[in-house]
Design a protein. Structure first.
Length: 222
């Protein structure tokens, strides 16, 4: 845009100087002036075409920036929200909302034993089960093999049944790799938000419940 503006300004300046110098001979020999006007028209039309092209590029870049801004809050592998993407919702959680920490059982062994490509497939399978079972709620890949779900206006009693179905759904969705059925299970820790406490306090309580579920044998909700 700056280059186009500079060119247009230079062309206008040259045209003005040429117009001034040729005005005296307008009636005797108008051809030079007519030629200058035609040249200026051609330059103007060329500038307009270049300007339209530049504006189209600017619009395309703007759309890319907006798309990337939206993607910044998404996990590239699973398509779920990432930690950054769910922070605002967590900060706005009200007393009585339910927070769930979910962790894939034995993921490190699965990832190490079958390779990172299979590990990625496992994460996608679990993310799909989360989306299906908790479709009306906010779900994020919290980090690694850990996920977080925020269930607004959902008491623990109502969330319990949904989470039990989620655990069962993952258990009943083994991953087939080279003809082998790889069993998948998850553990979940769930808590309800309370008034006058920080997000960190709520997450710590959910995390403690998750580890109790792990210690009690995994594949369960605590």
């Amino acid at each position: 845009m700056a280059e186009l503006t500079a060119r247009a300004a230079s062309a206008n300046e040259q045209f003005g100087k040429g117009l001034t110098s040729d005005l005296g001979g307008l009636y005797q020999a108008p051809e030079p002036l007519i030629s200058q006007v035609r040249d200026m028209i051609d330059r103007t039309e060329s500038t307009e075409r270049q300007l339209a092209s530049a504006l189209a590029q600017i619009q395309a870049l703007r759309q890319e920036v907006e798309a990337e801004r939206g993607n910044a809050g998404r996990d590239a592998l699973t398509g779920l929200l990432n930690r950054r993407g769910i922070e605002a919702q967590l900060a706005a959680a009200e007393a009585g909302d339910t927070i769930v920490m979910i962790d894939l059982d034995h993921f490190k062994q699965l990832n190490d034993g079958h390779g990172h490509a299979v590990g990625d497939r496992i994460l996608k399978v679990v993310a799909s089960s989360l989306s299906d079972c908790l479709e009306s709620h906010e779900i994020a890949r919290w980090g690694g093999e850990e996920f977080l779900a925020l269930l607004p206006e959902t008491p623990l009693s109502a969330a319990a049944g949904t989470l039990e179905r989620l655990v069962e759904s993952v258990r009943n969705t083994p991953l087939e790799v080279a003809g082998e059925q790889i069993p998948l299970t998850i553990s979940a820790g769930v808590t309800s938000t309370r008034g006058n406490e920080s997000v960190e306090q709520v997450l710590k309580r959910a995390d403690e419940a998750l580890y109790r579920a792990k210690n009690d044998g995994r594949d369960r909700v605590h």
